[in-house]
Write a new protein. Structure first.
Ligand code: HEM
Length: 353
């Protein structure tokens, strides 16, 4: 959406100083953000964090403007992304030329043709991983949902990321390390203005997790240095791109993109799949209708294939409602490259939202 700075009368964003919000922000950040948004009447608000004074944008139309309409002007950069740089590096989760290049190389992996080839491997991995729940189900033994969903997601994502190029011992080393990274970064992400020299909870676990990931990924990259082999997986695509003459890409670039793809795909899907269980337990009618639709379209004992997805409208509705009620991502920091306005509030170049 194009925004004419002069068209809307300037409005001043309501200010929320850190001393009033810090305790609540540290205890329950999402609830505090909701409270601030409500206190600002849903309009753009300003968080006064001392060193940094980002705008808080929560109105759906304003969010659309930042993340879609003016996505070229609101980039992932600045203080809030700094803690994530050691994880994601300069690949698909960065910006500018690095992002363009990673996108160009990774896009073919998500083409219909490749997804079709990958889907059989994914279905097999999912069936095997879900099959491990048969035994507790038969015995009527409760399970811990989140780790089980994480296990199913990781076993599947590994196939998409590495195809058959990864050894089981490597996967077994990296899966728990990745989980440690995802949980231990929380404090740094929520308090990015705290300098690295001041220790925060999670720092040690993060450093350990990162070391395991780096060692294992670099070993893997080295093993396929001269021959990337065949495969539709992301690792093969990245290795082939690096081997292209004059690519200028190095091992670190492959590592950055693997970590970025792994982190973005597993946390999101695991959290979404975890929240669905309490919801289905509350609504057995929904659970029954979901099961009926899947059985009718996919058929008993058959693998789900990409062409089934268009015939599963109820599954889609349930997933959309799940993500609406329990959004797996709820903080998307951006920085404005040029001056603009959101909901009548002037946002100068370099300001954060
Ligand atoms: C419930 C599932 C998911 C949700 C709700 C979700 C949501 C999102 C959102 C909101 C962003 C934008 C973040 C930002 O720019 O600040 C994003 C980025 C991204 N996601 Fe997902 N995601 C999900 C699953 C996945 C999966 C399964 C993959 C990989 C196969 C994936 C790969 C990515 C990548 C690579 C990016 C960066 C894209 C770019 O900037 O070009 N996501 N996701």
């Amino acid at each position: 959406m194009a925004v004419d700075v002069g068209a809307v009368p300037a409005r001043k964003a309501k200010n929320f100083p850190l001393y009033q919000t810090l305790t609540r922000l540290a205890r329950d950040p999402l609830r505090e953000i909701q409270r601030i948004s409500g206190a600002a009447g849903g309009q753009v608000a300003r968080l006064d964090l001392g060193a940094s004074r980002p705008f808080l944008v929560t109105d759906p139309e304003h969010v659309q403007q930042v993340l879609r309409g003016e996505s070229g002007n609101f980039v992932r950069d600045g203080t809030f992304w700094r803690p994530l740089h050691s994880l994601f590096g300069d690949g698909i989760m960065s910006e500018y030329d690095e992002w363009e290049r990673a996108k160009r190389i990774l896009q073919p992996v998500f083409s219909t043709k490749t997804i079709r080839s990958l889907s059989a491997h994914m279905a097999r991995a999912i069936n095997e991983a879900v099959g491990k729940l048969d035994e507790p189900a038969r015995a009527g033994r409760p399970i811990e949902v989140m780790p089980e969903m994480g296990r199913i997601v990781n076993d599947t994502v590994i196939k998409v990321l590495f195809g058959d190029k990864i050894r089981q011992a490597e996967a077994d080393r990296m899966i728990p390390a990745m989980e440690r990274l995802a949980t231990s970064i929380a404090f740094r992400f929520l308090m990015p203005f705290v300098p690295k020299s001041i220790p925060l909870p999670g720092d040690h676990a993060f450093a350990e997790g990162l070391q395991i990931m780096d060692e294992t990924l670099y070993e893997l990259v080295d093993r396929f240095r001269h021959d990337a082999g065949e495969g539709y997986d992301i690792f093969t695509a990245l290795c082939k791109a690096r081997m292209t003459e004059d690519s200028g890409l190095d091992d670190g670039w492959i590592r950055d993109n693997l970590l970025a793809m792994w982190a973005t795909s597993t946390e999101t899907t695991t959290v979404a799949l975890t929240w669905i269980w309490p919801l289905l337990a509350e609504r057995p009618d929904v659970a029954e209708r979901l099961g009926d639709e899947v059985r009718a379209v996919v058929g008993p004992g058959e693998d789900v294939r990409p062409e089934h997805l268009h015939e599963l409208p109820y599954v889609k509705q349930v997933v959309q409602e799940l993500l609406r009620m329990y959004p797996v991502g709820w903080i998307f920091p951006r920085i404005a490259l040029k001056e603009t306005s959101i909901g009548g509030v002037r946002v100068k170049a370099g300001r954060r939202c």
